[in-house]
Design a protein around this ligand. Structure first.
Ligand SMILES: [Fe+2]
Ligand SMILES: [Fe+2]
Length: 208
């Protein structure tokens, strides 16, 4: 990833990791499936970078860092033979993979960042065509509540940023089952499949 903000983003993310609050979850993911762990580190970095570019507040930047790092933590509960399978997944296996959003929700401490990491993580695959686990914006609105501190964080905006960072990294990195796609293909897929703000698509593509 190339960005003018890269160094600042990296320092911020490192300081968040060094707080140690999510070390057990990161270690568990690293030990279970290294590829998912490395992807999560990149998504965390890109999410923070996009947050800085979009001038989110300090609290929102923390939420982005944690959510990016933990968005796929539910994969610790997905059998390794499915995660590492190089052939096409069966529809049953695909459903198992898709369960990682909800499993991640359950995996996260209720108290982490005032409970606001959980609603972001469960929504990270909802900003695309055929999104899951929930459909439609109405259900996302349930994430809001009346706590004063929570009102200072726009959960839907942050979930949109995590979603675009996740899609971008998934498309631009090679995995056990696929190669990294060329830039034109990445652009085409993001522009047709991502349902969040087009502004974020332009911003991630600018990082190429
Ligand atoms: Fe995911
Ligand atoms: Fe992901």
């Amino acid at each position: 990833m190339v960005s003018l903000l890269y160094q600042k983003s990296k320092e911020f993310l490192d300081s968040l990791i060094n707080e140690g609050k999510i070390t057990p979850q990161l270690e568990a993911l690293k030990n279970h499936h290294l590829e998912s762990y490395e992807h999560s580190m990149r998504v965390g970095l890109l999410s923070v970078d996009l947050g800085l570019e979009n001038h989110v507040n300090d609290f929102e930047l923390r939420l982005l860092g944690y959510s990016g790092l933990l968005h796929d933590v539910g994969k610790v509960k997905i059998p390794l033979e499915i995660l590492s399978k190089t052939e096409k997944l069966t529809s049953e296996e695909l459903e198992v993979i898709k369960s990682h959003s909800r499993l991640g929700f359950l995996e996260i401490d209720d108290e982490l960042e005032y409970g606001l990491i959980k609603p972001i993580i469960v929504a990270h695959h909802e900003y695309k065509k055929e999104g899951y686990p929930r459909k439609g914006r109405d259900r996302r609105k349930k994430a809001r509540n009346k706590d004063r501190r929570k009102r200072k964080a726009d959960i839907n905006k942050l979930a949109e940023i995590i979603a675009v960072a996740d899609m971008y990294d998934a498309l631009t990195s090679s995995r056990s089952y696929k190669i990294a796609l060329p830039k034109e293909e990445v652009e085409k897929i993001l522009k047709t499949q991502y349902t969040g703000s087009t502004k974020y698509v332009e911003q991630v593509l600018d990082r190429n």
